[in-house]
Structures are given as structure tokens and as C-alpha cells.
Design a protein around this ligand. Structure first.
Ligand code: OFO
Length: 163
């Protein structure tokens, strides 16, 4: 059985991952409205990945004999001033998710819940990648400045992200 306190934060994390999917899908709607289909595609792929993260925790909870309880999801923001502003928010969000994952690890260790401490390591590693890929796009956007041609090229590039 998962210790009660750990089960609580794992359930909360399912909600946070679902919210990540919701936020990135909302960013996709913004990019589609701006005719930046490549950016929108990137966000749609990311939203699916986040759903996968939520499901990974969901399945783990049941594997350990726990019960998932889904929380209410907040309405995500739907408008940004620029692609850079949207990606900066994505980076801020990923940093928040990273600290949440680290908290789960610390709590699992404190509760001597070795299986969860082991399980959550996958997410610790994943968050390094998640932050790095968003940070890379933020840096690119900062370098491109206001050049529409450069934005168009980046849009093409992001449109190639594999599912
Ligand atoms: Fe689930 O990694 Fe992003 O939020």
C-alpha cells in the first residue's frame, strides 16, 4: 500500500500533469489562431505527452492498490502577447512541475516508500528534458527577436516534432 501522504501527492500530481496537458492545448489554440501551425503542432504533441505522464502515475497508483481521485481543473489562460511570452510561461510551468516531482521524491523517502521513490525517478529524469527543450525554444525566440522570416522558419521546424 502507498502511505496516505504519498498517495495524496501522487493524486495531486495526476491533476498537475492533466493541467499541463490542458495548458499546452490552450497554447496550441493561441498558436492556431495566430496561423503558427508548427508551434501549435508542437504544443499538441506536448499536451499528449502530458496526458501520458498523468496516466503513468494513474496506473502506478492502481498497481500499488491505491485509488485515483481526479481534481477539478482550473481554466487555463488562452491568450499571450507573443510566442516568446507563451514559451516563457511554459518554462515557468515546467519548473513548477519539477519542484513538485522533487517534493514527491522527498516525501516518499521520508515515508520509507521505496517503490514510489524508485518510480518517481523516471519523472526526475524526464523533467530535466522537459525544461531543457522548452528553454531551448525560449532562447531561440529571444535571439530571433521580431523577425517574421525567422519566426516562420522556426514554425516550420517545430512543425516537424515527432508524435
Ligand atoms: Fe509532465 O512534464 Fe511537463 O509538465
Amino acid at each position: 500500500m502507498i502511505p496516505e501522504k504519498v498517495l495524496k501527492v501522487l493524486n495531486e500530481q495526476v491533476g498537475k500533469e492533466l493541467y499541463s496537458a490542458y495548458l499546452y492545448l490552450s497554447m496550441a489554440t493561441y498558436f492556431d489562431a495566430e496561423d503558427l501551425q508548427g508551434f501549435a503542432h508542437w504544443m499538441k504533441v506536448q499536451a499528449k505527452e502530458e496526458l501520458g505522464h498523468a496516466m503513468k502515475i494513474y496506473e502506478y497508483i492502481y498497481e500499488r492498490g491505491g485509488r485515483v481521485e481526479l481534481p477539478a481543473l482550473e481554466k487555463p489562460r488562452c491568450q499571450w502577447d507573443s510566442p516568446l511570452e507563451a514559451f516563457k510561461q511554459a518554462l515557468e510551468h515546467e519548473r513548477f512541475i519539477t519542484s513538485s516531482i522533487h517534493n514527491i521524491l522527498e516525501l516518499a523517502r521520508a515515508e520509507n516508500d521505496h517503490p514510489t521513490a524508485n518510480f518517481i525517478q523516471w519523472f526526475v529524469k524526464e523533467q530535466v528534458e522537459e525544461e531543457a527543450q522548452v528553454e531551448f525554444i525560449v532562447r531561440k525566440l529571444q535571439k530571433l527577436g521580431d523577425s517574421p522570416v525567422a519566426l516562420y522558419m522556426l514554425d516550420k521546424d517545430l512543425g516537424n516534432r515527432a508524435e
